[in-house]
Ligand binder design. Structure first.
Ligand SMILES: [Zn+2]
Ligand SMILES: [Zn+2]
Length: 185
């Protein structure tokens, strides 16, 4: 990343070289505090520091799920194409923007620290893959359905259902047990 690039935020601030984590170079914006990460640099960093444990950080307060998901689609600072907006996790509320042709990833202020805090900073390639995104969407949909059930029926009932389902799954004849449960004997 030798070219001088400008951020696509309103100030068009020149991006400056920084380290996201020890040994991981990136470009940062002094105005919006976002980070541009080359996925090639990221892959090299994973290879060079395979066992490196990142110091855990507190979940940063500045990751605002509402504003970060509501921001319009971002343009790549390199090629000006629209970036793909990808899920960052099943329990995280912010998205990551990727330019496929440039292999760059944009993270808004605090998002890298948030990924480190939930121990996901080394799993980005998995999460950003098609299969990873599909899995995250499924988990998120499951969590939404469970939240709806909890709102409708209350925590005690949903917790009991979860316990029963787990117990049923371990039984050799779950269908017979379900029939007995429904019809008695
Ligand atoms: Zn900026
Ligand atoms: Zn690009």
């Amino acid at each position: 990343m030798s070219r001088s690039l400008r951020c696509v935020c309103e100030a068009h601030t020149p991006l400056f070289p920084k380290e996201l984590s020890p040994g991981l170079p990136a470009l940062g914006c002094d105005t919006c505090r976002g980070d541009l990460l080359s996925l090639d640099d990221y892959r090299r960093w994973l290879d060079r520091f395979p066992q490196e444990a990142l110091p855990s950080t507190e979940l940063p307060a500045q990751v605002d799920p509402v504003s970060t998901t509501a921001t319009p689609v971002r343009k790549c600072p390199g090629c000006a194409q629209l970036m793909e907006r990808l899920l960052s996790g099943s329990s995280t509320d912010f998205r990551l923007d990727r330019c496929g042709p440039c292999q760059w990833l944009w993270m808004d202020a605090g998002e890298w620290d948030a990924l480190v805090a939930i121990d996901a900073a080394r799993q980005l390639l998995d999460r950003l893959s098609d299969g990873g995104q599909r899995g995250l969407r499924e988990i998120a949909a499951h969590q939404r359905r469970e939240a709806e059930l909890r709102a409708r029926h209350g925590d005690a009932i949903v917790d009991e259902l979860i316990r029963l389902r787990a117990w049923l799954a371990e039984q050799p004849n779950p269908d017979i047990l379900l029939t007995l449960l429904r019809n008695g004997w």
